[in-house]
Design a protein around this ligand. Structure first.
Ligand code: M6R
Length: 606
């Protein structure tokens, strides 16, 4: 996490750096800072809290200088304080911003402290600044100094550095954390992603792992780990809206919930070939060769994989394992039954997911990256890309990206099933038609805000809630509980409703809210029995289902009903009221909906 930016050759660069940081605030918002070189000295401004605080500090006393670096932080090592905010300056000569974790920072710090270096923060990052001071003191030129520093550090990093001795350049490097270099007409820039630079340039060079670069106003020199110059081609990235506005909505999350008909429709279009058939972006032969799929993801994206498992297994008869990316490659999994890995990530940058995908590739699997951000690390490394077209998702809580992921995964399952001969063209077309109807149904479900508001009002005063679902709605129960806890800080758990009797039912007491997800599938009778068992023990059942199912339920305290839907697609449509309920509960509680405490949108540390 954390966002880093830099500029060289841009007059009064602190202003464009501030703009760039605002575009990266989704990566962390504990504290932020900018430093420049002005009249031969390092000038520094840092502020705790969101970037508006840095903005205010800069307005009060602007920073001059045409070379600078900036940072927005998500704390890993060291608490949230101005001293721990980046940039970190060593010996008044070197200033650094860093995203990632330097895992061997303790040993390095001890070594440097015994050599006389004085540290002023509790971060792992500060060692980088001191290592460069040490390298420059021993007479090394920037490229050689960088090579030496990189040889000593372990962990994930993207960093940018300025030195008083070399005021015409930024020194940057990356390993497992993203970094883009922007090439302007008379200036160059760096940013954690191209969106940060979209107000400055669309010409971008992406560094690869272990690359480092010297960035000057008139261009960049990129080196590989062995010190050899390497030609990393510049690409023109698609015009990005950069700072997306709230479009009249109170929160980005509310806007993004409303954007779901488009997100689903555009994602479906991306999975439709020129003949109007669903495609998985690969030839039928390649699809037929898939004999087992491991799905790698984190958080909400992981819950999307768990829904997709039901589709891929039931339609295409292909075994699926859904793996938490942060666990997968650390347990030496038996990979034999799987020849394909799908890494699912809104950002395309979650380091856990990227690492898991790399492991799968190393084991010989074909990799598919299902991402919302084109040119993200996962998109660039995967063998095949399945795009979601949800558009930029700014709210930390994933909404439209989730339903877009589900749409693409359902299309994938249908294309796979058809290629393998488990469904015929007419069955595929029939499911396709149902997916085509989804944007309209989601549009209708968006009319539920007023129905849900009083339910959210009641939910906002409880300490704990349960979400129950069965079959493909079980992962949606997990997702609902995640949405509620991350947004409103109410403790919530999701369970497979059939599991309640094996333990969790002990949690039920009078008036406990239980959000029940129900659809008219083959499990409806059993799921209803499970819900009655909870109701009989005092639970208040908040039913989220379609209109037809709602008519059959007599045990609910509150009913939130979407238009009647084929159970196959229910996880997508029912996700909408689940999101609205969490959103409105958070609004009732007055929490920071778009930037909940302790979180960041893009998680680029392990
Ligand atoms: O960008 P990714 O999809 O890889 O992010 C994975 C999770 O961090 C993410 O889904 C997170 O759980 C959601 N923002 C929660 O709403």
């Amino acid at each position: 996490m954390c966002g880093i930016v830099g500029a060289v050759g841009h007059k009064q660069c602190s202003l464009v750096l501030l703009d760039a940081l605002k575009r990266l605030e989704y990566r962390g918002y504990d504290s932020s800072g900018i430093s420049t070189i002005n009249k031969g000295a390092i000038a520094l401004k840092r502020a705790v809290g969101k970037i508006v605080n840095l903005d205010a500090a800069l307005t009060e006393s602007p920073l001059e200088g045409d070379i600078g670096i900036g940072h927005t932080r998500w704390a890993t090592h060291g608490g949230v304080s101005e001293a721990n905010a980046h940039p970190h300056v060593a010996s008044n000569r070197v200033s650094i911003v860093h995203n990632g974790i330097i895992e061997n920072h303790r040993e390095i710090q001890q070594r440097l402290e015994s050599a006389g270096h004085h540290f002023s923060s509790d971060t792992d990052s500060e060692v980088l600044a001191h290592l460069f001071v040490e390298a420059f003191d021993s007479g090394m030129e920037p490229a050689i100094a960088t090579q030496q520093v990189l040889a000593e550090i372990e962990g994930a990093y993207a960093f940018a550095l300025m030195a008083i001795d070399y005021p015409e350049m930024l020194i940057v490097a990356r390993n497992a954390s993203p970094l883009a270099l922007g090439i302007g007409d008379h200036a160059c820039y760096i940013g954690s992603d191209a969106i940060a630079l979209s107000h400055l340039t669309r010409k971008v060079v992406y560094l690869e792992d272990h690359d480092y670069a010297l960035v000057r106003a008139d261009g960049v020199s990129v080196y590989q780990a062995d010190g050899a110059l390497v030609d990393r081609k510049a690409m023109i990235v698609a015009a990005s809206p950069g700072l997306v506005d709230k479009g009249g909505y109170r929160h980005y999350m509310e806007k993004e919930i409303h954007e779901q008909p488009d997100a689903i429709g555009h994602s479906l279009a991306a999975m439709t070939d020129e003949n109007g058939h669903l495609t998985a972006q690969m030839p039928d032969d390649a699809l037929r060769a898939i004999d087992g799929v491991v799905m790698l993801a984190a958080g909400t994206s992981h819950y999307a994989t768990q829904v997709a498992r039901y589709w891929v297994e039931s339609l295409a008869r292909v075994p699926v394992a859904c793996e938490l990316a942060s666990e997968y490659h650390y347990r030496q999994p038996a990979t034999k039954p799987f020849n394909t890995a799908i890494a699912i990530s809104q950002s395309g940058e979650s380091l856990d997911t990227l690492m898991a995908m790399r492991y799968a590739a190393k084991c010989g699997m074909n990799t598919i990256g299902l991402v919302n951000v084109p040119n993200s690390s996962i998109a660039r490394e995967a063998d095949t890309v399945l795009p979601t077209r949800a558009g930029p998702e700014i709210g930390v809580a994933s909404t439209k990206a989730f339903t877009a992921q589900l749409t693409v995964l359902l299309c994938f399952a249908v294309a796979l099933a058809r290629a393998k001969g488990h469904i015929d063209n007419s069955q595929a077309s029939s499911i396709h038609a149902k997916i085509q109807a989804l944007p309209g149904l989601v549009g209708k479900a968006l009319g539920l805000f007023d129905v849900i508001r009083p339910v959210a009002h009641q939910l906002s005063s409880v300490r704990s809630a349960l979400y129950l679902g069965r079959g493909a709605l079980y992962p949606l129960a997990l997702e609902g509980a995640l949405k509620l806890k991350e947004l409103s800080y109410i403790h919530a758990e999701g369970f497979a409703s059939g599991e309640m009797k094996h333990g969790p039912i002990a949690l039920i007491e009078d008036d406990m809210p239980v959000v029940a997800l129900l659809t008219a599938d083959h499990l409806m009778g059993k799921a209803s029995n499970n819900l009655r068992e909870a109701s009989a023990r005092g639970a208040k059942i908040i039913l989220i289902s379609d209109a037809k199912v709602a008519k059959e339920v007599d045990y609910a305290t509150s009913v939130i009903a979407v238009p009647t839907i084929d159970p196959l697609l229910a996880p997508i449509l029912l996700a909408v009221p689940v999101q609205i309920l969490a959103y409105l509960t958070a609004v009732e509680k007055g929490t920071d909906v778009d930037q909940p405490r302790n979180l960041a949108k893009s998680v680029t540390v392990e």
